[in-house]
Design a protein around this ligand. Structure first.
Ligand SMILES: Nc1ncnc2c1ncn2[C@@H]1O[C@H](COP(=O)(O)OP(=O)(O)OP(=O)(O)O)[C@@H](O)[C@H]1O
Length: 548
């Protein structure tokens, strides 16, 4: 038996407990790092512990079998739980998952197989220090690899903004289910290791107190790094040892520590240390004259299909919020190589229309097609719409502020065989004149540049249809002109562009066609000059006079 933690003398149990606890904390980290506030880990650990104990004691299974059995059982229960709770978020999800842990505790308290309140004894103490270390090292290495993968990037996007993530083709429900299962596997493995370390299991080991300890570990370690959970567990397990003479103050010191960390180091100990590392000074944006003269082509856009083909169409779409008809029998058609402008007074239904076109909303009635896809299969599933050739930007910029420009653009890249993601990212940055900002976190960039990053990310999806919701909002005239020049270039690449904008003069000169909404109804459609000179449109906008 390899028991190298014996070098810590009387504290060897503390070290082992701390490492196993860090494994459960990692299972909590897995969901929290994706912005999912689910805390069923104590219940999942109990499932792993009891299944493993029953396999060993009642079925006489060898250690490896009971370790794997407990781990998989917990992963499976987590999978079922993900299905049951898939509609819940935020505080409701937290409460439901705490309730799950309580259900497990009450179940093991009453089931004959689990030994009731007395628990189960006589579990072979077969967990060795080597096994604990191997399991934790594999878990940490696996999670680090996962974080660096496409899956990890999608998780970061989900944490930042799940709607934005789904518009990059991320199936948020499937990813969330996978994370639940992974969380269950880690908690189950910890439970199985724990019972084969202590030799017994009883319901009291899976109390609410354990959950608060886990939360403290994740708060202290932070969710910036995978290894944060190890540091947090070390602190939580190490503190009582350090405070041996002050045992009655242990809870107080724990509490004060957590409050101090939340107040002064909200990203945890490791996350805060990161801000001490020297940061490369940010390059400034190139001179605007250089930018204008830079070559502005989008050779990577798809150019299949003749210009002028109808690529998107909706008919008689009705969408209401309560008693309010935000869209009233609206029909719209977009053609490749054309810029379609959507204008209308505030609250006329423009953003609602874009949300219907991008699959966020499922309208009450209406039909439509996006390329070869029927909208009835896309409505309510924005990630499928994104995978079907449509990309969009948002009225309020939605980017991963902590991540670099390059990472944000990479998130949008549609994976196809043979695509070199790094080369494609570089090309997109060059085409959008963002090379100088590649390594800068998006949150520190000026507004106009962030808008360009959002457009670059949308282009990374190689869309056939591009929706732009007020792409020049908050920009100065030069920046506005720049965005409209970019839109013209995108149109030349054969993309159907649908733009919502308030700048009527710009829309008149740049759009091929305009659709005007008023109180959810389409009141005009056609060539910009004809539409903007129509009496009904002028009345809707300004009552009388003329539009720019
Ligand atoms: N999620 C929602 N819940 C309830 N009402 C909504 C919702 N979204 C939009 N509305 C209402 O639907 C109507 C259309 O809103 P929408 O945002 O589509 O208009 P808009 O033309 O984009 O306005 P703006 O130019 O101010 O952005 C408004 O009356 C708005 O209050």
């Amino acid at each position: 038996m390899t028991e190298f933690f014996s070098i810590f003398g009387a504290y060897d149990f503390v070290i082992r407990d701390g490492i196993v606890l860090s494994l459960v904390a990692l299972s909590l980290y897995v969901v929290l790092s994706a912005g999912i506030f689910a805390v069923p880990q104590v219940g999942l650990m109990a499932v792993g512990a009891y299944v493993s104990a029953v396999l060993s004691v009642d079925a006489g299974a060898p250690f490896v079998v009971s370790l794997i059995g407990g781990t998989l059982a917990s992963g499976f229960v987590a999978l079922l739980l993900a299905g049951l709770l898939h509609r819940l978020n935020g505080i409701y999800l937290a409460i439901a998952s705490i309730a799950f842990a309580e259900i497990v505790r009450v179940a093991v308290l009453n089931l004959p197989l689990t030994g009731g309140a007395q628990g189960k004894v006589g579990i072979p103490r077969t967990t060795t220090d080597l096994v604990i270390c191997i399991v934790v090292v594999v878990a940490v290495a696996g999670l680090i690899a996962l974080k660096r993968s496409r899956f990890g990037l999608a998780i970061s996007a989900m944490r930042e903004d799940s709607l934005m993530a789904s518009h990059q083709g991320v199936d948020v429900v499937r990813y969330r289910t996978a994370l639940f299962a992974l969380s269950g596997i880690l908690a189950g493995a910890a439970g199985a290791l724990h019972v084969h370390m202590s030799g017994f299991v009883e319901p009291g080991q899976f109390s609410f107190e354990l959950l608060t300890q886990l939360l403290a570990i994740v708060v202290i370690g932070g969710t910036v790094f995978v290894t944060g959970s190890l540091v947090g567990a070390l602190v939580i397990i190490g503190l009582p040892v350090a405070l041996t003479g002050l045992a009655s103050y242990e809870a107080l010191v724990n509490g004060v520590l957590i409050v101090l960390i939340v107040a002064f180091a909200p990203s945890g100990i490791l996350g805060s240390l990161r801000s001490w590392w020297p940061v490369r000074s940010s390059p400034s944006p190139p001179d605007s004259a250089d930018e204008t003269s830079a070559e502005r082509v989008f050779p990577l856009l798809r150019d299949d299909g003749p210009a002028g083909d109808t690529v998107l169409e909706i008919r008689d779409v009705v969408m209401s919020f309560g008693g309010l008809r935000a869209l009233d029998a609206v029909s719209v058609e977009a053609r490749s190589g054309e810029v379609l402008g959507i204008i209308g007074p505030n609250g006329s239904g423009k953003t609602t229309l874009l949300n219907v076109l991008s699959g966020v909303y499922r309208p009450e009635s209406g039909t439509g097609t996006l390329l070869e896809h029927d909208f009835s299969e896309l409505w309510g599933h924005p990630h499928v719409t994104a995978q079907s050739g449509l990309a969009r930007t948002f009225q309020n910029i939605r980017l991963m502020d902590e991540e670099t420009v390059s990472t944000n653009v990479r998130l949008g890249i549609a994976r196809r065989p043979g695509v070199d993601v790094h080369e494609r990212t570089r090309n997109l940055l060059t085409e959008n004149r963002l090379d100088w900002a590649a390594d800068i976190p998006v949150g520190s960039l000026p507004y106009g540049v962030r808008r360009r990053v959002e457009i670059a990310r949308a282009l990374a999806r190689e869309p056939r249809v591009l929706l732009l919701d007020e792409p020049t909002a908050g920009m100065n005239p030069t920046e506005r002109q720049d965005v409209f020049d970019t839109i013209s270039d995108i149109r030349s690449g054969g993309v159907a562009v649908i733009v919502v904008e308030h700048d009527v003069a710009m829309m008149r000169s740049f759009c091929d066609r305009l659709v005007v909404l008023d109180f959810g109804r389409k009141i005009a459609e056609g060539k910009p000059d004809n539409v903007l000179d129509s009496k009904e449109v002028i009345r809707a906008y300004i009552g009388s006079g003329s539009l720019a």
